[in-house]
Write a protein that binds this ligand. Structure first.
Ligand SMILES: [Zn+2]
Length: 346
């Protein structure tokens, strides 16, 4: 366990990202209070004072008020979607029996990634009061300090010196259970880095068709751009050096989505009576989400009701909304899921 302190939420996020890149750890947000990260948080007279917390396991003697907390868990933690997956598997089976339809789906409907790993990151956004530090962790000294602090906060709040800190309890590598986080064994289980994925998409869209050619370009990208002036990571790290099948998957998804966008462009220009060929989506940047062999593309529809169908393509007003939508689709167990940035008139 490591205990760390940061001045801002951004610094915390950056630290976690650096740790993930340096090892094969990956964390996902488990929960976050609404007030966590609130920029204008102030000490409050009536608010509870604390001396210890999950994120601050060591007693320092300095009292604090908690603005909010945030927890990350290992991406190989508890599987929270088993019921949704089972439901989806049953629906697919039923549909196939009823319609004799060939439904594209994941080979593995039961996710094998989750191994119930218990490693977690606990973060507390706190306001602490260094001038009210106590030397001993006794009920008496804490009660006295609390009383004085509350009194001062109510009578002369401006005289109370306070500091905002993000306290982080970061797990050690040994806290990960049932899966490796370092070394070759961990490297092969890594997911491909999002920047590497984007590079493959870009290359595919620019017309590169050979995996060897993509790989050559990726090596250059890793060594000359991502790790410029630094020691590049070992070739066994799948995060940076994806396998041939990782590359083929990204290429396939990119091409499939492009086709659906092209089809859509054709159908919308047809509807407009042969007007200028441009998508009817009024956005400067957006993405088409393609989820299986689809029905015609509805215009700008990202409502939740659409997300319950497995045969829908829809357009999102911005790429920022993608993670949320992706989450819903993941719950439904859909895998044919890709996006493609489009601009009007392209
Ligand atoms: Zn883990």
């Amino acid at each position: 366990m490591a205990y760390l302190e940061f001045k801002s939420e951004d610094q915390v996020t950056k630290y976690i990202r650096e740790q993930e890149l340096a090892t094969s750890q990956k964390f996902v947000i488990l929960n976050k209070d609404k007030s966590f990260g609130q920029k204008d948080a102030q000490p409050l007279e009536g608010k509870k004072l604390s001396w210890e917390n999950k994120s601050i396991p060591l007693f320092s003697g300095v009292p604090f008020q908690i603005v909010g907390t945030k927890t990350y868990e290992c991406h190989q933690g508890k599987d929270r979607k088993t019921r949704a997956k089972e439901k989806y598997a049953a629906e697919v089976k039923k549909k196939a029996l009823e319609e004799h339809a060939i439904v594209k789906r994941r080979k593995l409907l039961v996710n094998t990634k989750k191994v119930d790993c218990k490693a977690m990151i606990n973060i507390a956004h706190v306001i602490r009061f260094p001038d009210f530090k106590v030397n001993e962790s006794t009920v008496r000294s804490k009660t006295e300090a609390s009383r004085t602090l509350k009194k001062t906060l109510s009578e002369m709040p401006s005289s109370v010196r306070s500091e905002v800190v993000y306290c982080v309890r970061f797990p050690t590598l040994s806290e990960h259970s049932s899966h490796p986080v370092v070394g070759e064994e961990a490297y092969v289980r890594e997911t491909v880095d999002v920047r590497v994925k984007e590079k493959i998409e870009q290359l595919t869209l620019s017309g590169v068709r050979k995996v060897t050619e993509i790989k050559r370009n990726l090596n250059f990208f890793i060594e000359e751009e991502l790790f410029h002036g630094e020691q590049p990571p070992p070739h066994s790290r799948r995060r940076y050096y994806p396998t041939d099948s990782d590359i083929r998957n990204v290429m396939f998804k990119t091409k499939t989505t492009r086709e659906s966008v092209v089809q859509h462009k054709h159908s919308s220009s047809g509807q407009q009576g042969g007007g200028p060929e441009r998508t009817s989506v009024p956005l400067t940047e957006g993405c088409v989400v393609h989820a299986g062999p689809g029905t015609p593309l509805p215009n700008l529809s990202s409502s939740r009701s659409n997300l319950t169908s497995i045969e829908t393509r829809f357009v999102l007003p911005s790429r920022k909304k993608l993670p949320r939508v992706r989450q819903y689709w993941n719950i439904a167990g859909v895998i044919s899921f890709v996006y493609y940035d489009i601009r009007p008139g392209q």
